[in-house]
Design a protein around this ligand. Structure first.
Ligand SMILES: Cc1ncc(COP(=O)(O)O)c(C=O)c1O
Length: 413
């Protein structure tokens, strides 16, 4: 079969419509303004019509921007050696990645299960919690997003995605993020295996959970023999400042789940990083949970390199945060009727607009002007900004200027 033309937009949308869905084709045409992705480097994506757009979206994957040279080199090196694993003879690559990752996080979490996507990490952590405790109830948080596989979806708090396929995983209780007593009450009423939370609910409009409440939940869960899982698939690895938001806050969690930028923005890889207590079932029988591509050498080879690259950029991330915080606050003061709130932490910011229609107008403007952002599917009034940790002054200035123009256009309607 001959190679496909790299960036034939019309054909691409025809194929999307024919083989995926018409709605996806419409959405893709809108965001690319008729063009498709052709090439990407650093913070920019070049489209098939020649335009170059700034990527402050990519659903949190492109923390290191696109095609980070060290990450690409790590993949290239692996291609020349051995790309997959027999899975009967041991590959040295995943254990090295596990060692690097657990040392990077600290916090006494020494055990790792690698997956390919975020939901893989969620699934294994909940399964292990049930096995380790012999209990079946999982406490999740209202507004949570943990993925869309059948188990993870039960934890995700959005009826839109559950309609027509219930019952999902049974025994899930959603509690208010504002209730410090929630876990204490839940463990009185149910046999709780685990509590799972996102320290910052990104998909739920960038909602920062109260660390004092989370600390209380950890204490109450542990007192009752339940385990605590921090889903940092979107917010860990310096997206929100520290390597792990939960560990940095001193929360004694039993697992930190990571994904998205863990593969350096180049390969899909995720991890459930656990302590012995949660991982215990796999210590006695490692075959209780397996997946063909768990620990895939191409994905895991990247992890040490990606973590090192992220660390080198940590100081720059702080500069990006400061500039963005100031710029967004100024924008909010300039357009108080349109932009009702901005909030965030580190390299994750939510802009709340007066109405979904106004947020839609801003998204239209940004698509035309060339700034890629990530909408919040569960919160249509919020637009999410996910700047890369490698962004420079020029890119932040450009993003703020494009945002200003898009908000001004929307506010004028
Ligand atoms: C906090 C959180 N958990 C889990 C997931 C699911 O990850 P994936 O889509 O890679 O399965 C996501 C994805 O956005 C997420 O933000």
């Amino acid at each position: 079969m001959s190679a496909l033309p790299a960036a034939d937009a019309k054909e691409t949308f025809r194929r999307v419509k024919r083989h995926f869905s018409p709605a996806l084709a419409v959405a893709g045409k809108f965001t690319g303004q008729g063009a498709v992705e052709a090439f990407a480097e650093h913070c920019r994506v070049v489209l098939s019509d020649g335009r170059s757009v700034l990527d402050f979206g990519s659903y949190a994957v492109a923390l290191l921007g696109h095609r980070h040279p060290d990450v690409v080199a790590a993949v290239r090196d692996r291609l020349d050696v051995m790309t997959t694993s027999t899975r009967t003879v041991q590959s040295p690559v995943p254990p090295l990645a596990a060692q690097t990752l657990t040392e990077y996080l600290g916090g006494g979490l020494d055990r790792v299960f690698f997956g390919c996507g975020g939901a893989d990490a969620v699934e294994v952590s909940v399964k292990l919690a049930r096995m380790a405790t012999g209990r079946m109830t999982v406490v999740a948080v209202q507004g949570a997003f943990h993925g869309k596989t059948l188990g993870a979806l039960a934890l995700t708090d959005n009826p839109r995605f559950k309609k027509g396929i219930e019952p999902l995983l049974q025994g899930v209780v959603h509690v208010s993020p504002d209730d410090p007593e929630a876990v204490a009450n839940a463990v009185r009423e149910h046999d709780v295996a685990a509590v799972i939370f996102e320290p910052v609910q990104a998909e739920n409009g960038v909602r920062l959970l109260d660390e004092a409440v989370l600390a209380r939940w950890c204490e109450d869960a542990h007192a009752a023999g339940a385990l605590v899982i921090a889903d940092e698939i979107q917010v860990g690895l310096r997206r929100c400042g520290p390597r792990s938001v939960s560990l940095d806050a001193g929360l004694p969690v039993d697992a930190v789940l990571l994904g998205k930028p863990l593969g350096g923005g180049v390969v899909p890889v995720s991890a459930a990083v656990c302590n012995d207590k949660l991982y215990a079932p796999l210590l006695s029988d490692p075959l209780l949970h397996t997946a063909t591509f768990s620990g895939h050498p191409l994905g895991t080879a990247v992890i040490p390199v990606a973590l090192e690259a992220i660390e080198r950029q940590a100081g720059n991330g702080e500069r990006v945060e400061a500039a963005l915080r100031e710029g967004l606050q100024a924008l909010r003061e300039q357009y108080p009727d349109a932009l009702v709130e901005v909030r965030g932490r580190g390299l994750l910011w939510g802009m709340d607009f007066r109405s979904p229609e106004m947020a839609g107008e801003v998204l239209t403007g940004l698509a035309q002007l060339g700034l890629v952002v990530s909408p919040c599917i569960s919160r249509p009034t919020t637009i999410r900004l996910l700047p890369p940790i490698v962004a420079g002054d020029q890119e932040i200035k450009e993003a703020l200027s494009l945002l200003g123009e898009a908000v001004a256009r929307a506010a004028a309607i």
